[in-house]
Write a protein that binds this ligand. Structure first.
Ligand code: NI
Length: 174
């Protein structure tokens, strides 16, 4: 497993629509392994392939708080079948929007159809944190970031901050 570089806003690569996976083969499984390793190292609880520069419809999530017992979940070509009208709010962050957090409201439950690590079709009813996390990651597949739900002013302030951070980071690396 390899830890890959996570792209951050503002990077136009993050804004593209990811393509469906045709076959869950060893190449896709290696991608999922790398995504998981990258996510654990960050650390984060969810990651979409586009965030490490692979615009394919693949998501990994692990909500386990116990570091000894990991509970990775893999979602290939996820589709939301139904979602609740009732919303839930969380203070969201994103590995591609480092150190920025904001309250986002999303449907509290959703039913998702996807292919698992073996390529088998699965249906999962999700609720609360997992439902929010899946919806956040699925947004990445459409090129959407959580800051897109904020007011124009708040969003532009965050992007400005991130652009500045990036410049500083480049200086140090060079
Ligand atoms: Ni994210």
């Amino acid at each position: 497993m390899t830890i890959r570089k996570i792209l951050t806003e503002p990077d136009p690569f993050l804004r593209q629509k990811s393509k469906p996976v045709e076959l869950v083969d060893d190449e896709i499984r290696t991608l999922m392994d790398d995504m998981l390793e990258t996510m654990y190292a960050a650390p984060g609880i969810g990651l979409a392939a586009v965030q490490i520069g692979v615009p394919k419809r693949v998501i990994v999530i692990d909500l386990s708080k116990d570091k000894e017992k990991k509970e990775p979940m893999y979602f290939v070509n996820p589709e939301i079948m139904t979602k609740s009208e009732e919303n839930a709010s969380y203070e969201e962050g994103c590995l591609s929007v480092p150190n920025q957090f904001a309250e986002v409201s999303r449907p509290d439950t959703c039913k998702v159809k996807y292919l698992d690590y073996e390529g088998k079709e699965k249906i999962l009813e999700t609720k609360g944190l997992l439902a929010t996390c899946i919806q956040h990651e699925m947004d990445h597949l459409e090129g959407i970031l959580f800051i897109d739900y904020l007011s124009k002013l708040k969003k532009s302030m965050i992007i400005k901050k991130l652009s500045k951070q990036k410049k500083n980071l480049e200086r140090i690396v060079v």
